[in-house]
Design a protein around this ligand. Structure first.
Ligand code: FNR
Length: 181
């Protein structure tokens, strides 16, 4: 069993990004288990590091116990969401005990337009490289939620192929990175 920790950077009930993550999960190869992190965390405050909030500890434990991490981000003001940054900041602390270092990872994102969270993903990629994740470079998916989901909110048939290719490449990336440890 390959376990994937999924960090979705939107708390919105009908989030496109949550829907996108669920589509990746559905199209992933058998044997991959996706576990969704709770990112409804207190705002990061360095004063709290001495006594980590339980929700932040739970996030760190989920990431550390997983074989790989999938980051799923909306685009907010040409960057990734504060919700996701806050979670990453918690997970990266205390200094020297980052939960992300060396973790096989990938990122994907959706927005309500043709640009498909392009700039959010570019900004997030920079952070994930800094955090020393083993980041999958290709394939990239810039997901337009307006055309990528049908009128029932299901993944459009035109998107099945490239989301399946992404899911398969990601799980392969995680499994081969774990085997190389
Ligand atoms: C947005 N949105 C947005 N979209 C985009 O393509 N580029 C952008 O810079 C922004 N900026 C932005 C800022 C803020 C504060 C909000 C709330 C929204 C639109 C955004 O991509 C859209 O609301 C998505 O639906 C958010 O993702 P979820 O919540 O559906 O997963």
């Amino acid at each position: 069993m390959t376990t994937i920790a999924v960090l979705v950077g939107s708390l919105r009930k009908d989030s496109y990004n949550l829907r996108l993550a669920k589509s990746v999960e559905r199209l992933a190869p058998e044997g991959a288990e996706f576990v969704y992190a709770n990112l409804n965390l207190p705002l990061f405050n360095q004063d709290l590091e001495a006594d980590f909030p339980p929700e932040a500890t739970a996030l760190k434990q989920l990431v550390e116990g997983a074989d790989g991490v999938l980051f799923v981000t909306p685009e907010y003001n040409r960057s990734f969401s504060g919700v996701l940054k806050n979670a990453i900041d918690w997970g990266s602390r205390p200094w020297g005990q980052s939960s992300f270092a060396g973790k096989p990872a990938a990122l994907i994102g959706a927005s309500g337009g043709a640009l498909g969270a392009t700039q959010a993903q570019a900004a997030l990629r920079n952070v994930l490289v800094f955090l020393d994740t083993k980041l999958m470079g290709q394939p990239e998916v810039y997901f337009n939620a307006l055309t990528g989901f049908d009128e029932n909110g299901e993944l459009a048939s035109s998107a099945e192929g490239f989301i399946k290719a992404f899911a398969e490449a990601f799980v392969k990336h995680v499994e081969s990175s774990s085997a190389a440890k």
